[in-house]
Design a protein around this ligand. Structure first.
Ligand SMILES: NC(=O)c1ccc[n+]([C@@H]2O[C@H](COP(=O)([O-])OP(=O)(O)OC[C@H]3O[C@@H](n4cnc5c(N)ncnc54)[C@H](O)[C@@H]3O)[C@@H](O)[C@H]2O)c1
Length: 353
């Protein structure tokens, strides 16, 4: 089936999608729709422009839509597109609540249209690199995974400052960061502990730390700060036979400024030798003896956000399974509820116990 696409909401992400389509022969962008006419001015040549969704759904020669309007409007657009018989790719967060998401899934099922969510950060280079470390069991028994994203601006842009618009960082980056960890660690999540803060933005969260306790004894920690004046995107995985670290700046081409570090021998019969450090004497945390630690390269991965759409195309041809399962999207929304509950109560919340 030829994929003939319309984009609803031609703002930041709508434009990103239009650019992406130029790299994909098997999807033809036919129409874009935005209530703000200024957004439509630079739509690609030959692409129809609409200011009203119903009109686009009725008139444009499309069988698939990407929904990239602000979060609370997703359900309205899903309802309209499903009624018009269009397959749907919805931006993340798919829904404001789990209940809303369930309704969307039911609406799409009843209408017999395909419904998926654009979780393209499953194809981030840094994430895929660390997932490879995990999948290949390069570090023995893993005990900790940390995923950190720090920015310096503090203030949020546009509608992200309004709670009723689904603003705040949990709805924004939180969805991606939680999804990555939930995809990486193939185990039940027993408990969720979270701390959501308002540092600069008084109405929506702009800092969070989330700790997941998995049934396979791994602890995962996600920390995001929008006003954290040492900007970076970093990962750390600690295992019984080594540590893997990515500690770099955030770059379009991915960020794999990292390494695996191992010890030449396990510290079994170490004499309790005293070392003097700037923090005083220590027997365990001084400088390692020369040659004790050695480094390996992180695994190389070849991945890009375009792979989301490559999978989408192949899945429509029946060549692959959909990489994004609706049950996974739902689980992330449930985890976000647990995050809010834990932050509000100050207590860890049982999740899949
Ligand atoms: N996957 C990702 O990495 C990623 C990144 C950024 C944003 N997003 C998501 O994409 C969606 C849009 O975010 P954005 O940053 O592009 O926002 P944006 O404000 O830049 O664009 C949204 C556009 O929707 C238009 N719009 C609003 N109401 C409309 C309506 N009724 N009909 C048609 N158009 C309408 C607005 O005029 C605007 O141009 C959000 O759900 C957001 O979470 C996803």
């Amino acid at each position: 089936m030829e994929i003939k696409l319309g984009i609803i909401g031609f703002g930041f992400m709508g434009h990103e999608h239009a650019n992406m389509m130029q790299t994909l022969d098997e999807i033809s962008l036919k129409a874009v729709c935005d209530t703000d006419t200024s957004q439509l001015e630079d739509a690609p040549e030959g692409v129809e422009r609409y200011t009203n969704v119903e009109t686009m759904l009725e008139k444009a020669d499309i069988n698939t839509v990407i929904i990239s309007v602000p979060n609370p409007l997703h359900i309205e657009m899903v309802t309209k597109c499903a009624a018009a018989g269009k397959n749907i790719i919805c931006e993340k967060p798919a829904a404001m609540t789990v209940k809303e998401f369930d309704e969307m899934v039911e609406i799409a099922e009843k209408a017999g249209v395909h419904f998926t969510v654009h979780q393209q950060r499953r194809w981030d280079v840094d994430y895929r690199t660390m997932k490879e470390v995990y999948d290949q069991k390069l570090l023995g028994d893993i005990y900790i995974i940390k995923s950190q994203l720090y920015g310096f601006n503090g203030n949020m842009h546009d509608w992200h400052i309004y709670p009723e618009m689904g603003g705040g960082m949990l709805y924004d980056w939180g969805v991606h960061l939680i999804d990555q960890i939930a995809q990486m660690v193939d185990s039940k999540i027993l408990t969720v502990y979270a701390d959501l803060k308002n540092v600069i933005n008084k109405n929506v969260d702009d800092y969070f730390k989330i700790i997941f306790e998995f049934a396979n004894h791994i602890t995962a920690e996600i920390e995001l700060g929008t006003y954290y004046l040492t900007p970076k995107r970093a990962w750390f995985i600690g295992g019984s036979t080594g540590s893997a670290v990515i500690d770099g700046t955030f770059r379009a081409q991915g960020n794999t400024e990292g390494k695996i570090v191992r010890t030449k021998h396990l510290l079994e019969s170490v004499p309790g030798k005293l070392t003097m450090t700037s923090a005083g004497p220590t027997r365990s945390f001084g400088e390692p003896e020369p040659g004790l630690l050695y480094e390996e390269e992180l695994p190389e991965v070849h991945t890009e956000h375009r792979d989301f759409f490559v999978n989408y195309i192949n899945a429509r041809k029946g060549l692959e399974e959909d990489a994004i399962r609706l049950s996974e999207v739902r689980r992330v929304l449930c985890l976000m509820d647990a995050v809010r509950k834990s932050s509000a109560t100050g207590k860890a919340v049982e999740f899949e116990k």
